[in-house]
Design a protein around this ligand. Structure first.
Ligand code: G3P
Ligand code: CA
Length: 311
């Protein structure tokens, strides 16, 4: 092996260090976020929602304490135009109210208890501290964690939430979440993603897909909104069409216990420039299997279980 004189080795070392520092300085936070998508991402689905009421501050605090890569959330709009963090179209399941979320003002939604249901449904994880948890606004979440977290935001039910994309992009700009590399916007609706892109084409987008058996032919898988053909029929051109506007793809893994994607789907998406994130994976065995298959990240209600596998 050829050895370098000490002085040369030291100066080369200094040069390499300086070059690396310069390269890092030349990488913008948004570019860094996109680079990070090549590594495995732990995505806390509605916060650490296996341990605390979904979409509440306590669920996000827990996930943040565990140092996840992304806090996942669903954004919706209230009757008076405020952005809230909430998954279902209806408030029945996860609050003490009834009806459609978009029919209520923020003040009315704030009066609801979005924590007690969790204690009733999950006696083993119940905590009196969850009682009376209030619905969160996106502002509150951003004010609380600021740029110390990354957010994976779904435009939920865009047809039921008119004005959602405009309000969301305005909020992201107001909190400087885009250029600072703090946010991904995800949707099942391609139109919703394209609207976000039209409003601000720096926002990195994730196309969500949901594959399930066709009603006409159970052996054939189709995609919910038709944004891609089923996994058996998808071509490089189909992946490329998604890659034209999105930086990644988020997919289900199972339908009724049946695998809908495989290692080949993952590899082909990646070869077409689309990292693959899979939702919603809560069992360690499935996490391990998908990691072996080469996924780029998992949405989970139990980020603690996933972090044990990646650390
Ligand atoms: O956003 C990924 C995953 O959360 C999509 O399903 O119904 O939990 O929003 P859902
Ligand atoms: Ca979601």
């Amino acid at each position: 092996m050829q050895r370098l004189p000490l002085v040369t080795a030291v100066s080369l070392g200094l040069f390499a260090g300086a070059a690396a520092t310069q390269a890092m300085a030349d990488t913008s936070p948004l570019e860094q976020q996109l680079k990070d998508l090549q590594s495995f991402q732990v995505i806390a689905h509605r916060g650490a929602s296996g341990h605390a009421p979904e979409s509440t501050m306590v669920a996000y605090e827990l996930a943040h304490e565990w140092d996840v890569d992304y806090l996942e959330l669903d954004a919706q709009i209230t009757a008076d135009g405020e952005l809230v963090v909430f998954h279902d179209d209806s408030i029945d399941r996860t609050s003490d109210g009834e009806g459609e979320i978009n029919d209520y003002t923020l003040e009315e939604l704030k009066a609801l208890d979005t924590g007690t249901w969790f204690n009733e449904e999950n006696p083993d994880s119940a905590d009196t501290a969850f009682e009376g948890a209030q619905m969160l606004t996106l502002d509150e979440l951003f004010d609380h964690f600021g740029h110390d977290a990354r957010y994976y935001i779904e435009t939920k039910s865009p047809q039921l939430n008119p004005g959602l994309e405009e309000a969301l992009v305005e909020k992201l700009e107001e909190h400087d979440m885009i250029e600072s590399g703090r946010v991904l916007v995800q949707s099942f609706e391609q139109d919703s993603l394209l609207k976000v892109q039209e409003l601000n084409d720096d926002v990195p987008l994730i196309q969500l897909v949901w594959y399930y058996p066709s009603e006409e032919d159970n052996s054939r898988l189709v995609e919910w909104t038709g944004v891609t053909p089923g996994p058996a029929e998808i071509t490089d051109e189909d992946f490329q069409e998604v890659a034209d506007y999105a930086v990644g793809i988020g997919t289900n893994y199972l339908y009724d216990g049946r695998e809908v994607i495989d290692a080949d789907f993952i590899q082909r998406a990646q070869e077409n420039g689309l990292p693959v994130h899979v939702y919603t994976i809560n069992e360690t065995e499935e996490m391990e299997r998908l990691m072996e298959m080469g996924v780029n990240g998992l949405f989970t209600n139990y980020p603690d279980r996933l972090l044990e596998l990646v650390e």
